[in-house]
Design a protein around this ligand. Sequence first.
Ligand SMILES: Cc1cc2nc3c(=O)[nH]c(=O)nc-3n(C[C@H](O)[C@H](O)[C@H](O)COP(=O)(O)OP(=O)(O)OC[C@H]3O[C@@H](n4cnc5c(N)ncnc54)[C@H](O)[C@@H]3O)c2cc1C
Ligand code: FES
Length: 276
Amino acid sequence: MKDPWLPQPAVVIDKVMETADVATLALKLVDPVAHARFHFECGQFNMLYLYGLGEVPISIMDMQQGLVLHTIRAVGRISRKLVALEPGASLGLRGPFGNSWPIEQARGRDLVFITAGLGCAPVIAAIRRAIATRPAYRRLVIMQGVKHRDDLLWQEQYERWREVPDCQVLLSASEEKQAHFAWSLGMVTGLIEKAEFDVNNCTVMMCGPEPMIRASMRGLAEAGVGLENCYVSLERNMQCAIGLCGHCQMGTPFICREGPVFRVPDIQQWFLLEGY
Ligand SMILES: Cc1cc2nc3c(=O)[nH]c(=O)nc-3n(C[C@H](O)[C@H](O)[C@H](O)COP(=O)(O)OP(=O)(O)OC[C@H]3O[C@@H](n4cnc5c(N)ncnc54)[C@H](O)[C@@H]3O)c2cc1C
Ligand code: FES
């Protein structure tokens, strides 16, 4: 990244509507040298800029066939316009920013992923990387919660992950009424007691709504997992993304600079306080 303030021109090469309000955009930087150099670590994000509207932070879901993938939910002014972009459309991209999941440090351990809703997007690349380097890790446990079964993005991928040796995939739907053989009813946090992993040798990675993260922290502590082995990716309103404006501050840390991925004890004191 030559200048972290300057959005680089990018173009939408492909678009998949995942649900009625969630799209995955495949992006390419217009400058071929910048595009060839673009590299990300699992868990990092880009600032996506729409000319005349502004920019928002969006996690890098993955890179495939050289394209940068972002999965975006239309929630407000800018995200709605991003989801409405079609192939050929122009936008600006700054990034990648932020730190990454501790996927390398977790070698030799069980990996546990707990995500809800679109919280799966920032961990997909980490799960794929763990599976691609499978012998480096022990058990994999993937827990994902949604409201309705139809809300699950990438259903086929979750089914394929069930076939990976020593990989447990647990899915829950909080607003379904009828049980289904592959699904639990209720919140994703209810899955923790069904998960089979070594509480003394695991690394946990979590992303989702903050009440879900708090409930997961309680569930993991009750299961005997040391919170020093648990990591969370946090979201806050961002403007500069480089630790200058203070919009993303949570206590001492700036989420854009020290995060978005935090070891739970490093953020817990503010994360659990009302108003932060
Ligand atoms: C590091 C990081 C990674 C992110 N990754 C993704 C991603 O992969 N996919 C995705 O769809 N979204 C992601 N987000 C959230 C995304 O940035 C917000 O949805 C977006 O900024 C909303 O902007 P808007 O102009 O569309 O909505 P606005 O018009 O600004 O607001 C619409 C609604 O969204 C809420 N909102 C605004 N900003 C945020 C925010 N940062 N976090 C939570 N709620 C917010 C507002 O309270 C309001 O209710 C990420 C955020 C961060 C900080
Ligand atoms: S977004 Fe400006 S300090 Fe983090």
